[in-house]
Design a protein around this ligand. Structure first.
Ligand code: ADP
Length: 269
């Protein structure tokens, strides 16, 4: 425990002695440490592509100046690195926006089934090029839930994209929408959306930390797949704002199941 002690002498007429105030500052210290870690992580994540870009600019000015084949190859790499920085900045902005919004409850009614159909349609080409088939179950008729459509699109986009990225090539990713008449934790009716892949899975010790900013099981793999390490942190904040729950179950070598539970009615939000 980190405490701050303030001793003030009392000097009013008819009063003598001192006042002692003891304040527990452990939480402030913890928040400050998290902020410092975050800034250090962001700087590191930005510096990696920047260093690569600067190195290639130098090579293009020097040794590769008169080599068109090398120039094209380096420009491709530079484009990829610039894309990585772009995604990182976009995710940082999303994260800061959803953190600010977290206290405001979303009040609009939206069609969750339609939203899932459109996310799956958007991701179909990327899945197909990774040789993954997307399967959507239970989303044929309209399902009304209170929520922020743009943010929920981001939640399911991130989860399905991860399932494709870390799932098995040639496999299937199954998205299932289900009604729960009584969800025990939310203590009421809810909708559940599960995203299941049959990929490499995640070892149990990583599960509680997956939604931390920049936490990755395999940093090299995530970077190689274009990941920023912020996707699940964004997902967690959006689900919190919707008073929902995120459950992660996984078995190494078997695959993973990410389940989002959203309360059915505005009254429960
Ligand atoms: P990233 O941009 O690295 O994918 P996320 O925040 O979306 O960042 O995910 C954090 C980490 O969780 C990933 O780097 C990966 O190690 C792990 N992960 C996420 N989804 C899956 C999945 N479906 N299967 C296996 N690992 C996953």
């Amino acid at each position: 425990v980190f405490c701050e002690v303030t001793v003030t002498a009392l000097a009013a007429p008819g009063l003598s002695g001192a006042a002692v105030v003891i304040e527990d500052r452990s939480r402030d210290e913890e928040t400050e440490q998290m902020r410092r870690d975050f800034v250090a992580n962001v700087s590191h994540e930005l510096r990696t592509p920047l260093t690569a870009l600067m190195g290639f600019i130098e090579t293009l000015r020097g040794p590769a100046r008169n080599d068109p084949a090398a120039r094209d190859r380096f420009l491709d790499i530079m484009e990829r690195e610039a894309g990585r920085m772009n995604r990182l900045v976009a995710d940082l902005l999303s994260l800061s926006r959803v953190e600010q919004d977290e206290r405001r409850r979303p009040a609009q009614a939206l069609d969750l089934a339609g939203l899932l159909r459109s996310v799956v349609t958007t991701l179909n080409p990327a899945a197909a090029s990774a040789l993954v088939r997307l399967e959507l179950l239970g989303a044929d008729s309209k399902v009304s839930v209170p929520g922020d459509a743009d943010q929920l699109v981001q939640v399911f986009h991130n989860l399905i994209e991860n399932a494709v990225k870390y799932g098995s090539s040639g496999g299937v990713v199954t998205v299932t929408l289900e009604h729960l008449t009584h969800e025990p934790v939310l203590r009421g009716p809810a909708w559940s959306v599960s995203v299941v892949d049959r990929g490499e899975g995640i070892e149990p010790q990583h599960l509680p930390r997956l939604t931390e900013r920049f936490y990755r099981v395999d940093t090299h793999r995530s970077r190689e797949k274009g990941g920023t390490g912020l996707g699940l942190a964004i997902v967690k904040h959006i689900i919190n704002r919707h008073r929902g729950r995120l459950r992660i179950e996984s078995e190494r070598g078997q695959g993973s199941r990410f389940t989002v539970i959203l309360p059915e009615t505005i009254g429960r939000i």
